[in-house]
Ligand binder design. Structure first.
Ligand code: EL8
Ligand code: ZN
Length: 435
């Protein structure tokens, strides 16, 4: 199999935002991941882009005008004037107002949108945006550390050229915002693997949530119990994804790689290793379908960096050493300077083989129901002429926004233009980032 063309989107400012003291979500992790990717020289195997920054208009392709206008206006300095709006838009502890909030949303959303456009224009086979994947954000409100749902906006862009898009979510939390956005349509098949039960956030994602109206049977949920290990996770992931490929035949895939499903995550409860998490990414890579890969949760920073760096190496199909190379953030990995740490917390795997087989069977039985559904054309739609279609997803599809020359203008020179090529010099623009 020939190596795929991979585009990588990273804004050197995206790691400088801060949710606030004590908050588990740390955008600084993105600077650490990028530094590790550079230290492994994986940038030499990818097309590197400083990404497009999404406008309010782009965000309103999914979100309400009022919500986006609120995100544009509210700041830590004027928040007192917005008290009634804060609860209305669910902004507060989980989703705080912090310095540069809208710019942060513009960066991570623009990078996912840019990746979708590059895939649509066949500039690459795989697009990576580790700053994206904020899957809880709803049309009218923030949720679970997520403000703008970059995934929904990117999928809407993919739908301009693709008849059927599959969304896969391996975050430990249910991808509720994406599921909700496409619950009533057969144009997007959402597939989420997550912890479910005992009031685990967000509380949705039961196996009986299968979609509705035209979207009935086009939502797949795989509710899991705590402590799932690599073998059990792969035992359910591969058959379910293969079934969806066989029955739905998506022409594009968006994969959310939330790393809070790793063992020892600050908020998670699974026991996956970086290798097990990566096995899922490798499986999706080998489906040979245009692929947009985004980040998501992940709160033990050193392990998120290890996981997404390793998965970047899988996507460019390059073997990298288990011995971490020098990076200015090496002390984050102290004591264990390896890429693949041993899984310590051997939390009891509460997922029996029988339970996982029953879930897989249930998914299969539901997917069998769509093979008779004529509504989603199974023959591919020719490229550019694919009409945007009014449907339950959003009130209206946006007029086509194509950025061509600007795209090229934004393409930065090889990495040494960014970094002076000398890893020891702290020239990188992100050295001002907060930890
Ligand atoms: C925790 C919700 C889960 O801690 C969000 O759990 C999951 C997002 C995700 C937790 C916390 C939670 N929120 N989705 O990965 O894929 C239930 N919130 C929290 C917020 C602020 C904070 C500490 C915890 O810092 C503080 F404000 F306390 F300083
Ligand atoms: Zn999560």
């Amino acid at each position: 199999m020939s190596k795929k063309i991979v585009s990588y989107f990273y804004d050197p400012e995206v790691g400088n935002f801060h949710y606030g003291p004590g908050h588990p979500m740390k955008p600084h992790r993105l600077a650490v991941i990028n530094s590790l990717i550079l230290s492994y020289n994986l940038d030499k195997k990818m097309q590197i882009y400083r990404p497009y920054r999404a406008s309010a208009h782009d965000m309103c392709r999914f979100h309400s005008d009022e919500y986006i206008e609120f995100l544009q206006r509210v700041t830590p300095q004027n928040i007192q004037g917005y008290t009634k709006y804060l609860s209305h838009f669910n902004v507060g502890d989980d989703c705080p107002v912090f310095e540069g909030l809208f710019d942060f949303c513009s960066m991570y959303t623009g990078a996912s949108l840019d990746g979708a456009m590059k895939l649509n224009n066949k500039c690459c086979d795989i697009a990576i945006n580790w700053s994206g994947g904020l899957h809880h954000a709803k049309k009218f409100e923030a949720s679970g550390f997520c403000y703008v749902n970059d995934i929904v906006i990117a999928i809407l862009e993919l739908l301009k050229y693709h008849a059927r898009v599959m969304y896969i979510d391996i975050d430990v939390h249910h991808g509720d915002g994406v599921q909700e956005a496409f619950y009533l349509t057969d144009r997007v098949m959402t597939v989420s693997f997550h912890k479910y039960g005992n009031n685990f956030f967000p509380g949705t994602g039961d196996m009986y949530e299968i979609g509705a109206e035209s979207g009935r049977y086009y939502t797949v949920n795989v509710p899991l119990k705590e402590g799932i290990d690599d073998a059990s996770y792969v035992q359910v992931f591969k058959p379910v994804i293969q079934y969806v490929m066989d029955f739905y035949q998506p022409t594009a895939i968006l994969l959310q790689c939330g790393a809070d499903s790793l063992s020892n995550d600050r908020l998670g409860c699974f026991s996956l290793s970086t290798k097990g998490h990566g096995e899922c990414v490798k499986f999706v890579r080998d489906l040979n379908v245009p692929l947009l890969v985004v980040g998501g949760g992940g709160y033990t920073l050193r392990n998120v960096a290890r996981c997404w760096t390793y998965e970047t190496s899988l996507l460019v199909d390059e073997q990298i050493s288990n011995e971490l190379p020098y990076t200015k953030y090496l002390e984050y990995f102290a004591a264990d300077l390896t890429l693949h740490p041993e899984v310590q917390t051997r939390q009891e795997n509460a997922n029996s083989k029988q339970y996982l087989e029953a879930i897989t069977r249930h998914v299969y039985d539901n997917l069998k129901m769509i093979q008779h559904s004529p509504s989603v054309q199974m023959n591919d739609i020719p490229g550019d002429s694919f009409p945007s279609q009014e449907d339950a997803m959003v009130d209206e599809m946006d007029p086509d926004i194509r950025i061509s020359q600007a795209d090229e203008d934004r393409r930065i020179e090889p990495t040494n233009e960014f970094y002076d090529g000398d890893k020891d010099q702290d020239k990188s623009p992100d050295d001002t980032s907060n930890r």
